[in-house]
Design a protein around this ligand. Structure first.
Ligand code: ZN
Length: 189
């Protein structure tokens, strides 16, 4: 099984340069994306949804035209190692998830996924060998239909200038911008 057009080792290199390390989660994510594509009904414009913010979004961004920045990848963090590709207008698609009931044959993957071993106890080489061998065998797939509220385009509602910081912000956020309402991640000096 190739990961889209990449051989396994080739994909590892892509992951290393994009993600910063050859993280097992991104590599497994590559097989998940491949599996999703193999089960999509036809060519079309597909958007993506990812149910975790760890690792998997990067596999999607590496292998599909969907990125967080272009709005075609939405991360809805539910802490599940799962993603879906769906036709962007009708919402019909496929969901792929890492299936813990299929992990018994791959003990190193299992202990990595369920975090039953410390990082120190983990054997990265064996883990990667098992991921390479397992390919998408540790995943399951199901048909899904994305709920209409997630398909709707977000309409721009107009911008205002925040009276405090003088920066522009969506007027629907209130009388001052979210940053000045206390949502900014910076220490106030
Ligand atoms: Zn402001």
């Amino acid at each position: 099984m190739t990961i889209r057009s990449y051989a396994f080792e080739e994909f590892i290199e892509r992951v290393r340069s994009f993600h910063g390390s050859a993280a097992p989660g991104v590599v497994i994510g590559g097989f998940m994306v491949e599996m999703a594509y193999q089960h999509l009904f036809e060519e079309g414009l597909f958007d993506a949804v990812c149910e975790t913010n760890k690792c998997l979004p990067d596999a999607i961004q590496l292998l599909t035209p969907c990125t967080v920045g272009n709005g075609r990848l939405r991360v809805i963090n539910m802490g599940r190692y799962a993603m879906a590709l769906y036709e962007k207008y009708q919402g019909e698609g496929v969901r792929v998830f890492l299936d813990q009931t299929k992990l018994d044959a791959w003990p190193e993957v299992k202990s990595w996924f369920l975090k039953t071993k410390s990082k120190k106890e983990q054997d990265y080489q064996i883990l990667m060998q098992q991921i390479k061998k397992a390919e998408a065998e540790i995943c399951s797939i199901q048909k899904v239909k994305i709920a209409p509220r997630f398909l709707q385009k977000q309409h721009r509602t107009g911008f205002a200038i925040c009276p405090r910081c003088k920066e522009s912000y969506p007027i629907t956020d209130g009388a001052i911008c979210l940053g000045c309402q206390g949502e900014a991640p910076y220490v106030v000096s």
